[in-house]
Design a protein around this ligand. Structure first.
Ligand code: SF4
Length: 386
């Protein structure tokens, strides 16, 4: 890896996390042509190169100059675990004594990478283990795209030709991506860039719990897919499960989501509705009927997620009967309704089991009885944005 030789690290620019526009601006600011941005993007994201000396279509003089002022620094991979079902989990160190997890889930031809956007989460959804950890900070763009870079590299995707393992990315790991708007958007746009990972815009999804003002702006910055963490068919119940609903209630959220999806150039896309099913909380037939009514005339598909229990939660996993009944009602109402199957159980990589290490600055983790960074409890059950 190339490291800056400038004396002040503050001036050293990590090129890994620069969007195309920022990379162009960087090269122009040092008196270079803007096509250098394209060349360097390809080296970093298509070939996994971090050493400027390996960027052989760049003049030696420019390589020397870059070594003085810039670097390509991915976050550090601490641990990689492989499940017998092909799921792969990455524990990735990010600065400030924190770590986040990223999970790759294979499913036939499809391989989905679940990426984190923040260290912890400032929202406190009652069914989410990440929320219990509190919050430390937003991830930088380099730390978000670095998760994709590390995973792609682990599959040889950056050095070998052949079918790509990572076909889809969901911004559904730790954190609320719309509260880290610029870095999440820049990272998603790098994922979809032809000179980077070249993922289709139909295969990169941002999942939000409902930060409506930022959702209203999203369409100006990206055309990725959208998932809404809904989890309840009415405001009274959603206020309990997803507290941000008190600020931005369901009707406001769905209006904003619909404006985003119908404003996309290819307006045939659907919003994914994420609904975590919790035993005797939101899993009754009347909830399913209410949900069907709520979503009438909105272009959606529904993804049901059986709740994965964790120690600090009194919630229980939905019964198989209730799950089937709920799904049937929605299918009969005309909705495409899938159930997320549990994967990577043997490496604690199932939804709601992701492990991170959050140096909490909110004191929320203490309130829930967690005792600081990387406590055993945290590592065992910290989850993400279901
Ligand atoms: S579900 Fe998402 S928004 Fe809610 S606390 Fe968890 S990570 Fe944050």
């Amino acid at each position: 890896m190339s490291s800056c030789t400038v004396e002040s690290a503050v001036e050293c620019v990590n090129l890994l996390g620069l969007s195309e526009a920022k990379l162009v601006a960087f090269f122009e600011s040092i008196g270079e042509k803007k096509f250098r941005a394209t060349q360097v993007m390809k080296w970093i994201h298509q070939y996994g190169v971090t050493d400027f000396d390996e960027m052989t279509n760049i003049s030696k003089a420019l390589r020397e100059k870059l070594k003085q002022i810039a670097e390509v620094r991915p976050p550090e991979l601490i641990k990689q675990l492989d499940s017998i079902d092909g799921t792969r989990k990455f524990l990735i160190s990010v600065s400030g004594n924190n770590a986040v997890e990223t999970v790759f889930i294979p499913d036939g031809e499809r391989g989905t990478l679940c990426v984190s956007s923040q260290v912890g989460c400032s929202l406190d959804c009652s069914f989410c283990a990440t929320g219990k950890q509190g919050f430390n900070r937003d991830l930088t763009c380099a730390e978000i795209i670095g998760q994709v870079w590390i995973a792609a590299k682990s599959f040889g995707q950056l050095t070998e030709k052949g079918p790509r393992k990572i076909t889809n990315v969901v911004m559904m790991g730790m954190g609320e991506p719309l509260l880290n708007f610029d870095n999440s958007v820049d990272a998603m746009n790098l994922m979809m860039h032809d000179f980077c990972y070249g993922l289709s815009k139909r295969r990169v999804t941002l999942s939000t719990s409902g930060v409506v003002p930022m959702l209203d702006k999203l369409g100006e910055h990206t055309d990725a897919c959208l998932a809404i963490s809904l989890h309840a068919p009415n405001d009274a119940l959603r206020n309990e499960l997803v507290p941000i609903n008190k600020k931005y209630p369901i009707a406001t959220l769905l209006d904003s989501a619909e404006r985003y999806i119908t404003g996309l150039p290819d307006n045939r896309r659907k919003i994914t509705i994420e609904y975590t099913l919790i035993d005797h909380v939101n899993d009754r037939p009347e909830h399913a009927h209410e949900l069907a009514e709520l979503l009438k005339n909105i272009p959606v598909k529904i993804n049901l997620i059986p709740f994965n229990p964790f120690n600090l939660s009194n919630y229980k996993r939905v019964s198989n009967n209730a799950l089937r009944r709920f799904q049937t009602i929605l299918i009969e109402a005309g909705y495409t309704t899938t159930v997320r199957t549990t994967r990577g159980d043997d490496i604690d990589a199932a939804c709601g089991q992701l492990a991170g290490e959050v140096n909490d600055i909110t004191r929320r983790s203490a309130r829930y009885g967690l005792t600081g960074v990387a406590s055993e409890e945290v590592v065992n059950f910290v989850g993400g944005n279901p």
